[in-house]
Write a protein that binds this ligand. Structure first.
Ligand code: GTP
Ligand code: MG
Length: 346
């Protein structure tokens, strides 16, 4: 899962990126595009790790790419370089500024940043869709493809994001590979001043985010940066003092998972306990392919124990004795939290 962290100049992207990845990229300067990884916290994985005491515990990860905003000019536009850096992502996190940044002249205007971002993305997608539609018509391409791009053009001309269209309305298969920005899942992080870290998003902003088919959350990037420096046992107290219930990182990742419609299944052994992120609806054989292509090719069956049953029984042996372990075939749709053993033969 590759996230692009994007937004306009000085909104706090790099501060947030550092807090999440534990890296130490310079803040307040624009700078270069950077990549870091975030471990997906999962209490179920912690429990399984305690159960198996494996040599290695491997969390699912999310890759973040921090894309600097455009400095100078004053207008909120996305340059070709920025567009290039966010097009190939699986999802976008737009950081909008809702704190006074002394380095910038403009007062905070998160709603304006959100609108500008949306408009810029719509325009960029419209350009791509119109060009492809023209060419598809000239080439007498598949009518379904022409129809898909005509639908996209109509929606974009009306100012809508493509992600707002259902699978029935838009045949997405034809759009794959064109890097449509408004079709990427969008998480809007409203970056507020420290003293407002525990707030909920403004209703007008929430409404605007919902109208573009995204999700929103409030955070304070500088508070997150402070939390990241604390020992785990001190973090809870600090969060309580700030009026924040749950660490933002955990919330952010939950939102990201929901947005991208990902679930996790687990593999367990004395060697490694590991979480595997897969799109919801993935069948057992394809899920096995995430582990290794050999497991997909030689797939025979999967032995599946739901996490809840294993947690209750305390071991796979007991779970099996109580009939909680099932044998599933290649078409089985893997459920969130399944503990899976793949049997295969090459
Ligand atoms: N008060 C306050 N300041 C913040 C917050 N987040 C970031 N800042 C400050 O805002 C300035 C810009 O932060 P960056 O994280 O570099 O912003 P950016 O979005 O990466 O900026 P560009 O990459 O240049 O577009 C820094 O001085 C940060 O310390 C916040 O939540 N509250
Ligand atoms: Mg930056």
């Amino acid at each position: 899962m590759k996230f692009g962290v994007t937004g306009f100049a000085g909104s706090g992207k790099t501060t947030l990126f550092n807090a999440m990845t534990g890296l130490d990229a310079p803040v307040g300067l624009g700078g270069t595009t950077r990549v870091g990884t975030v471990r997906v916290p999962d209490p179920r994985l912690d429990f399984l790790s305690g159960l198996y005491s494996p040599r290695k515990t491997t969390h699912a990860t999310i890759t973040l790419r921090d894309v600097p905003g455009e400095h100078g000019g004053g207008r909120r536009v996305l340059s070709a370089r920025t567009l290039q850096a966010i097009r190939d992502r699986d999802a976008l996190c737009l950081v909008v500024r809702d704190f006074t940044n002394p380095a910038l002249e403009e007062d905070p205007y998160p709603l304006g940043e959100l609108r500008s971002f949306h408009e810029e993305c719509v325009l960029a997608d419209l350009g791509v869709a119109e060009r492809r539609l023209d060419r598809a018509r000239k080439e007498r391409a598949d009518v379904r493809e022409i129809d898909a791009f005509a639908t996209a053009v109509r929606a974009l001309e009306a100012g809508s994001a493509l992600r707002q269209l259902s699978a029935d309305e838009l045949h997405r298969g034809f759009l794959r590979g064109y890097g449509m920005l408004t079709d990427l899942p969008l998480l809007v992080a409203v970056n507020v001043a420290e003293e407002r870290a525990g707030e909920l998003p403004h209703s007008d902003l929430l409404a605007e985010v919902a109208a573009t088919g995204g999700s929103a959350m409030v955070l304070s990037a500088s508070v997150e940066a402070e939390i990241a420096l604390l020992a785990p046992e001190d973090q809870a107290e600090f969060l309580a003092d700030m009026g924040i219930g749950e660490p933002t990182l955990a919330r952010f990742i939950r939102c990201a998972y929901e947005l991208a419609d990902l679930i996790s299944f687990f593999t367990v052994s004395e060697d490694e306990v590991r979480a595997w992120p897969i799109p919801r609806g993935t069948v057992a054989r394809a899920a096995a392919g995430h582990i290794h292509s050999d497991l997909e090719r030689g797939f025979i069956r999967a032995e599946v124990t739901p996490y809840g049953a294993l947690a209750e029984c305390g071991s796979e042996k007991v779970a099996k004795a109580r009939g909680a372990m099932r044998v599933e075939g290649k078409e089985y749709v893997v459920a969130d939290g399944d503990i899976v053993h793949v049997r295969f033969n090459l």
